[in-house]
Design a protein around this ligand. Structure first.
Ligand code: B12
Length: 256
């Protein structure tokens, strides 16, 4: 499946990054070294990038981060390539519908509004990602679930304890649970998501509930590994989530 892009030959079995020209292996790196700003820090950054396996490097930005740290942006080139045909991915496939289509679809296939509970759990205080999906205003010109006629949304906000989430799921008889996890330091998100999943199971509400996780470091694989139905990462827009919920719950309704 080799192909020409413009007049340049791209080999998927030996694919590399694109910078100034096709197949040049150009990469932009940014990192911080715990060395005070100065000549030593600059040289150390070059050695570090070469040790990572890059060549022909160019330090394009170097900033004093104070307290003995220096931040770098470096352009470099790699000789490494990848064979795309050997890469396997897990992903969900569903058709992304417009808001009107999704509302009609839910009306026809399920016949009642779907109840959605959303929260950012435990110590995580980041609300912007969850609000992007749920709030009326939405994200990237794509209206949030509150704007849909066929979703009843309960946005619990951030720093919500798992116990409270489970209580809300029961109280509202939720169809779908939308959890946001942004902070991943020390794998905090894994601990939090595991705690929530355990509680959902112990309290007998996991079965029949569509469980969705989102965040910049959340993948479909990770979500499934932790027992959730699906994971959405960076750049997700509400219509994708709405379409996924509508499609999956209608398929489940047909099976029962
Ligand atoms: C704004 C911000 C804050 C604000 C949050 C305000 C608020 N009300 O949300 C404040 C100042 C409070 C904050 C605090 C902290 N922050 Co902060 N913060 C950010 C920042 C700059 C932007 C996050 C954001 O709003 N992104 C915009 C949204 C739209 O993107 P998103 O979250 O990725 O959401 C999208 C997808 O991921 C997905 N999605 C997200 N959630 C969900 C949920 C569902 C159900 C679905 C379907 C999809 C979905 O859809 C969204 C739309 O596409 C990021 C850096 C960055 N540039 O990302 C750091 C960042 C997230 N913060 C970070 C850190 C470390 C912290 C602090 C720990 C700092 C500190 N030492 O105090 C504290 C933590 C406080 C706490 N207890 O959680 C780190 C996290 C590192 C990590 N991997 O763990 C980041 C990455 C900064 C960094 N580079 O270090 N932060």
């Amino acid at each position: 499946m080799s192909e020409f892009k413009g007049n340049v030959f791209i080999d998927p079995k030996q694919l590399t990054s694109y910078g100034d020209a096709a197949n040049d292996g150009a990469v932009q790196l940014s990192f911080t070294l715990p060395i005070p700003y100065g000549a030593l820090a600059k040289e150390a950054a070059k050695v570090f990038v070469r040790n990572l396996g890059f060549d022909t490097l160019d330090i394009v930005s170097m900033e004093d981060m104070q307290e003995g740290y220096t931040f770098f942006v470096v352009y470099a080139h790699t000789q490494k390539t990848i064979d795309v045909s050997k890469i396997k991915v897990m992903d969900v496939s569903f058709r992304v519908m417009s808001r009107e289509e999704t509302d009609d679809f839910i009306q026809k296939k399920i016949g009642r509004p779907l109840v959605v509970v959303g929260a950012t759990i435990e110590s995580d205080a980041h609300t912007v990602g969850l609000d992007a999906i749920l709030n009326m205003k939405g994200y990237h010109g794509d209206y949030g679930l509150e704007r849909y006629k066929m979703f009843t949304v309960h946005n619990m906000g951030s720093q919500v304890l798992c116990e409270e989430v489970v209580r809300k799921v029961k109280e509202t008889k939720a169809d779908a649970l939308l959890i946001s996890q942004i902070v991943t330091q020390k794998n905090l998100h894994i601990q939090n998501l595991t705690k929530l999943m355990d509680l959902l199971e112990i309290e007998g509400v996991r079965k029949g509930l569509l469980t969705i996780v989102g965040g910049p470091r959340i993948s479909y694989e990770l979500a499934v590994e932790l027992g959730y139905d699906v994971g959405f990462g960076s750049g997700t827009v509400p219509s994708q989530v709405a379409s996924y919920i509508a499609t999956t719950l209608s398929e489940r309704a047909e099976l029962t």
